[in-house]
Design a protein around this ligand. Structure first.
Ligand code: PLP
Length: 286
């Protein structure tokens, strides 16, 4: 059985200011970050209840790798639906895609999800955007409350589906602040509402420049390198760069408040992104 223990909080200094970092990247070598939180319930489901997990999403997603590992531990089959597998990746498998294959994931391209589930099937929506993710995120909220004591910090995290931000806000007395990576503010609000709606919602901040999810931007890799050099911490290269750009751009708004940045793990995704950055800018960033 995989044991997930509370993750530590540490302080860093970045651009002349200090930040608390909740190190969910340290939860476990593979099952870490918000995927470990979201799949907590699945991890604690008795093996005999399911035979197969069915999910879908992008080909290099952290959820793909996390689920492939989890299903392997459980002895469940794992079918993962993607639009298409890029040719270069098929010829040269690497990153989360490769690790998921090694864990026995069946990656299915160009097919729609099965319309009817069979007995023993469990469907996991893209990125774990589901009610079942609440329990693990509520546990994260409890850890943060226990660790922060009398502090009243702002909790900052970048969002994909917004599931982590939404349930954190539901279970925390502090203000949760996020920025959307996929789509805009309207999309993220829709995601929040699809989970439950009506509850107190996280604050959404935007960048001035419009960024497209999964695209490469020089300022993304630059702030990622700067963080790595000045804090000695490695962040995720897909979500965290926009997270830090937006957070640092809005700092005057948080004058006098302490800020806790949630490190959501996902470092296994950096391998394929670094390869893409190297090809795009013809430069080694580490
Ligand atoms: C999945 C993931 C996210 C997005 O989480 P949501 O709950 O979908 O908003 C952010 N950062 C990292 C590192 C992730 O792996």
């Amino acid at each position: 059985m995989i044991e997930i223990n509370p993750s530590p909080i540490q302080t860093i200094r970045f651009r002349g200011r200090s930040f608390w970092i909740k190190r969910d990247d340290l939860l476990h070598p593979i099952l870490n970050g918000n995927k470990a939180r979201k799949f907590h319930t699945l991890l604690h489901t008795p093996s005999h209840l399911y035979r197969r997990i069915i999910s879908h999403g992008s080909i290099q997603s952290n959820a793909l790798y996390a689920l492939s590992y989890l299903t392997k531990q459980k002895g469940w089959h794992f079918d993962y639906y993607v639009k298409t597998i890029p040719k270069f990746l098929k010829c040269n498998p690497h990153g989360n895609y490769l690790y998921a294959l090694r864990n026995g994931a069946r990656i299915i391209e160009n097919q729609s999800l099965p319309e009817v589930l069979q007995e023993g099937d469990c469907f996991v929506p893209e990125g774990g955007a589901m009610k079942a993710s609440e329990e693990g995120i509520a546990q994260l909220a409890q850890e943060i409350k226990d660790q922060m004591g009398e502090e009243n910090p702002i909790i900052f995290l970048p969002s994909g589906t917004g599931t982590t931000a939404y349930y954190l806000q539901k279970h925390l007395p502090y203000e949760v602040v996020t920025t959307p990576l996929v789509g805009d503010e309207a999309y993220l609000l829709e995601q929040f509402r699809a989970l439950e709606g009506k509850k107190r919602l996280p604050t959404i901040l935007e960048s001035q420049k419009k960024y497209y999810f999964g695209k490469l931007y020089r300022e993304f890799v630059e702030i990622w390198v700067e963080l790595r050099q000045t804090t000695k911490l490695t962040f995720d290269l897909l979500y965290d760069p926009k997270g830090w750009l937006v957070l640092t751009a809005h700092l005057p708004r948080f004058e006098g408040r302490s800020i806790l940045y949630l490190h959501q793990g996902g470092l296994s995704g950096n391998e394929s992104l670094l390869k893409r950055y190297k090809r795009e800018f013809d430069e080694d960033f580490i």
